[in-house]
Design a protein around this ligand. Sequence first.
Ligand code: FES
Length: 579
Amino acid sequence: MENPATGFHKGLTSYGDAGFSYFLRQAFIKGGGFSDDALSRPVIGVLNTGSGYNPCHGNAPALLEAAKRGIMLAGGLPVDFPTISIHESFAHPTSMYLRNLMAMDTEEMVRAQPMDAVVMIGGCDKTVPAQLMGAASAGVPAIQLVTGSMLTGSHQGERVGACSDCRRFWGNFRAGTINEDEIQRVNNQLIASVGTCSVMGTASTMACVTEALGMTVPGGASPPAVTADRMRIAELSGTTAVAMAKNRLTPDKIMTPAAFENALRVLLAIGGSTNGLIHLTAIAGRLGIAIDLEALDQLGRTTPVLVDLKPSGKFYMEDFHHAGGLRSVLRELRPLLHLDALTVTGRTLGEELDAAPPAFPQEIVRKREQPIYAEGGLAVLRGNLAPGGAIIKQSAATASLLEHEGRAVVFENAEDLAKRVDDPALDVTADDILVLKRIGPIGAPGMPEAGYLPIPKKLARQGVKDMVRISDGRMSGTAMGTIVLHVTPESALGSPLAIVRSGDRIKLSVSQRSLTLLVSDAEIAARTAAWQQANPPAPAARGYRKLFLEHVTQADQGCDFDFLRAPKMTAVAPLKRGV
Ligand code: FES
């Protein structure tokens, strides 16, 4: 069989004459002063998502230089290129709305441009999943280089970091326990440097599950953004990418069902963000691997939460790094992992763990016998209110609310919530259950992180810190509370969530894994029929919004576009026991 084209011979532009196409390409790149020797090397793309609108990627220029150094040390030729970049706080209506666009951009540019491997610099919440989704579909050897977490700041002697503390201080401000002056002063301290959020939010979660998947170099998840360790990881990512190019180590060889089970196990053990599940589902879907929610729930029952990081615990990402990073977790989970799963180094997870530095006493990553929380961070709920499933992060919830029945207080959409939640006349008590509709993938659109409904001001001022809250939206990985998310199908489709009314009773039982609307089946059917009549489908808009609304899937399929998922699911993760 003929060897496939490599380097600048790959993917020639169509002029109808391959010889001329290469001649022209060579001429253009020589315009940059490259020698024939340089052009004969393995070409390693470096995907640069540095952007003035993305402070979480503020160290991208330094990472780019370090990755290029590593590529050249290993005899490759680095070529950097941009794609879009998404930051949580600078994307309207929500970063999730744009994740699939970034995944398409990544896939198409990695495929269209000549490269033998690619180093992908990402970090902020949606960027790493978008890049892994794109890389999985492009099929080119790829390695993830995360930007790393930001440093923590200090407010009046108290250590603070984004964004669990952002929410806590804002809650205090809403409750009137701190004033305007103090909330402005703390605002200066919450983001103490460039880099991703400093707790086990979505960015840190995705960094950890990506290392568990085998898609970063060992130890790649935890070094903070502004450290020498982070730069060394960047250099090593560059050298590793050259070897991956030579060995044609494509993403499908690394991201196998066993690797996804390892990643899901880690997601549970780190008390990771609920968003991690949606993203892993989307990445796996690109490779024809379905995530089985029931099997995940079973996995959760045998996976304790080991990492004492906010929002489930009390420390920050830089502490996690000093405690050995993800390798400390993997070492502890070792008997539960698939150690034969391949990593970007070409060695297995087990081999990498054998070669890792020895364990040492530390207090951030617990022993399995002394967990932070006995079961995994996430539980999967089912019931007549969520026929397609819903998620609760039990490790970040109030224990006394995990079994709760209450009266629904319903908000029809985000605007309705904003208008009424702080109204002193709102009929609400601490025992009620707050329900928010229309924040699902289609409803908002883009499934915003609005599932963390604020406690109504009049209750917050009485000292109420948590209530059961239910929605079809998502929650920031940095938030905490007894919050049921990703209710599927979403309310915009006329699902049972759409027909809940204030005054209905709802029962949450995390021990039974159930979410029940205590309304008769006949009444649900009658309300659903009336809803469908009153809400005919709206005509699609133009452009990307049209594409999004017509093709986005529900949370149980990762909210990917239907035409980007593999045409058929051929495998399942977590693996069926005994297989
Ligand atoms: Fe970028 Fe939190 S806002 S990681």
